[in-house]
Design a protein around this ligand. Structure first.
Ligand code: HEC
Length: 151
């Protein structure tokens, strides 16, 4: 009994660090801006996000097969300007700070841009341009994630 009490104290002491200082493993303060969405919209947005990631995976898969047309269509319909209605972007935009709206627009635009580049590649076979355009899409995901959170 005594042993366990002493062991627990040792563990707790290890976590606590010197008196008056924060625990050594305390996470750094989260620098992202917290954005409040109504609960239903938050759940819906996160589901959309998971589909964004799935779409990226599908695009990469199609590119690896030289199926530029398919990669282009997935990008335009699921991430591009054509996806705005699909995502209920209009409902959700009014809860977003301006910078977050801009980040969303940047993503839709870059995906539509990729869709054009990939369509061209179906004629030219130029994979590099498509990969570069796809990287720009990923960068828009990264930029928004670095700045905002909803949970
Ligand atoms: C306009 C801002 C914005 C853009 C652009 C954006 N996201 Fe997100 N995404 C978010 C926010 C906010 C969260 C929630 C993060 C949090 O609260 O910790 C999120 C969460 C996610 C999640 C986690 C979902 C879950 O169930 O928890 C995935 C996966 C994701 N995003 C993928 C993507 C991908 C892929 C792209 C680009 C194609 C993208 N996102 C673009 C704002 C954005």
């Amino acid at each position: 009994m005594k042993f366990w009490a002493a062991a627990m104290l040792a563990v707790l002491a290890g976590c606590a660090g010197p008196p008056g200082e924060p625990a050594a493993h305390a996470p750094a303060a989260d620098p992202r801006v917290m954005v409040q969405f109504p609960e239903m919209l938050r759940t819906h947005t996160l589901a959309n996000m998971r589909d964004h990631l799935l779409a990226l995976a599908e695009i990469q898969d199609q590119l690896s097969r030289g199926a530029y047309d398919k990669a282009s269509d997935i990008a335009e319909q699921r991430l591009g300007m054509s996806s705005l209605g699909l995502h209920g972007a209009h409902d959700v935009a009014k809860f977003m700070p301006q910078g977050m709206q801009a980040a969303g627009t940047a993503m839709h635009r870059s995906a539509s841009q990729f869709a054009i580049v990939a369509k061209d590649a179906s004629v030219t076979g130029d994979i590099k341009g498509s990969l570069a355009a796809l990287a720009r899409v990923s960068q828009t995901c990264v930029a928004c994630h670095a700045a905002y959170r909803i949970q």
